[in-house]
Design a protein around this ligand. Structure first.
Ligand code: SAH
Length: 380
């Protein structure tokens, strides 16, 4: 499949973004445009993703004349870390500067043996969920495949010795299914053993419920699905998640029932809890009824409060009692621990806080303050 046109797929010199092609696209391009065979293309592709070469002449074991052809047709984009913030709890937030000056974020969450990277799919977001700060930005643009897969690649290279990303969750800025083509191309590179070599069991795509795209994702990739529910009635969900006006809650639940799950797999349902709003016993009962016939992992997320919203999180005991309702009935239900609150890396905090930090010149301050900001070493 030829790459979909994207204005940033070519740079100012007209060269193609080498990392926005998955392997089949790369192989086809090498053959049809450069007259280079599969074996050479594979060496170049692997060097891009596994060695992190910055120019084609660094690719090992390929003739210079061939590399020159690649170099004339393609360029190698690199996500540059603008800043890395470290939380007291070990969470790290990476701020990346994109080619056109926009910034996006990834969050690394180490938790015992599990090291999860929360990856962004868009600059901003068009979904406008009322409680989410990323939504306030609106959609600036989709991320290219190289900018999506570049996040796990680059974080992997910046990790401490012996540390490795074990899981990828598409739960950063943006609605991944709104950028499905680029997402799939990027995830194919994440899954490819010639590139980042992740297992499909370790990749989760989270959606507000773009119903028609859910089936399409399942057809294209065998990754895990997470759905952000956040309300138990049509009325309330329409108010807080406007996408519900297009695809109703009922339609979304039906799509989850129809979702082709391999045996043993479950759909993760994220349920952000707002105090005195969606956290009542009636909500628990409706939520249970809604999900009881679906292989479910229910993940309760106590709302992360922020100065821009009046919304409050329920007390911890309340959240635990709410969870008990599901556990007693045999439903898999967990509470998401809040991580990285002190660096605005927790759920729903991405994007906006950064925009403000930049406005306030806070970025420079953070860099200057030891222990708070860590400017990555040059060339890292
Ligand atoms: N657009 C996708 C991917 C983003 S995931 C989706 O909505 O699923 C981000 C998750 O954080 C979503 O489940 C969202 O409901 C949740 N969220 C947003 N703001 C939050 C906040 N302030 N506190 C806790 N969770 C929040």
């Amino acid at each position: 499949m030829p790459p979909r046109p994207h204005k940033l797929l070519r740079n100012a010199e007209g060269k193609l973004d080498a990392k926005s092609l998955n392997w089949p696209m790369f192989e086809t391009f090498a053959a049809s445009e450069l007259g280079e065979g599969s074996e050479r293309a594979r060496k170049v592709f692997t060097a891009l993703w596994q060695k992190g070469v910055r120019s084609f002449d660094e690719v090992p074991n390929v003739a210079r004349t061939a590399l020159k052809k690649f170099d004339e047709a393609m360029y190698i984009p690199f996500l540059e870390p603008e800043l890395v913030l470290k939380s007291k709890d070990g969470t790290r937030k990476f701020l990346w500067k994109l080619e056109d000056g926009y910034t996006i974020e990834s969050v690394l969450i180490p938790d015992g043996d599990r090291v999860t990277l929360c990856v962004s799919s868009q600059v901003g977001c068009a979904m406008a969920c009322t409680f989410c700060l990323t939504g306030d930005l609106g959609l600036k643009r989709h991320l290219k495949p190289s900018e999506i897969a570049g996040q796990p690649m680059q974080v992997g290279r910046l990790l401490d010795e012996g540390q490795r990303i074990t899981n990828i969750v598409m739960m950063g800025m943006g609605e991944p299914l709104h950028n499905l083509d680029n997402l799939c191309t990027a995830l194919e590179t994440c899954l490819d053993d010639k590139a980042l070599n992740f297992s499909h069991r370790k990749i989760t795509v989270s959606t507000v419920g773009l119903v028609p795209k859910m089936g399409e994702l399942a057809e294209r990739l065998p990754v895990n699905l997470a759905v952000s529910l956040n309300a138990t009635t049509e009325e309330r969900r329409r108010e807080i998640m406007p996408i519900t006006k297009k695809h109703s809650l009922a339609e979304l639940i039906q799509a989850c029932k129809d979702f082709p799950l391999p045996s043993g797999k479950r759909i993760t349902f994220e349920y952000v809890m707002f105090r005195g709003d969606n956290d009542t016993l009636e909500d628990a009962a409706r939520l249970y009824e809604m999900l009881k016939d679906i292989p479910t992992k229910l993940n309760l997320i106590p709302y992360n409060e922020n100065p821009e919203r009046e919304i409050q999180r329920p007390d911890q005991q309340w959240v635990e009692d709410f969870r008990e309702y599901f556990v007693e009935r045999g439903m898999n239900c967990t509470i998401r621990t809040t991580r990285g609150l002190d660096i605005s890396a927790a759920c729903g905090q991405l994007g906006k806080a950064w925009a403000q930090a930049m406005d306030r010149g806070w970025l420079e301050q953070a860099r200057a303050m030891a222990g708070m900001g860590e400017a990555p070493s040059a060339g890292a």
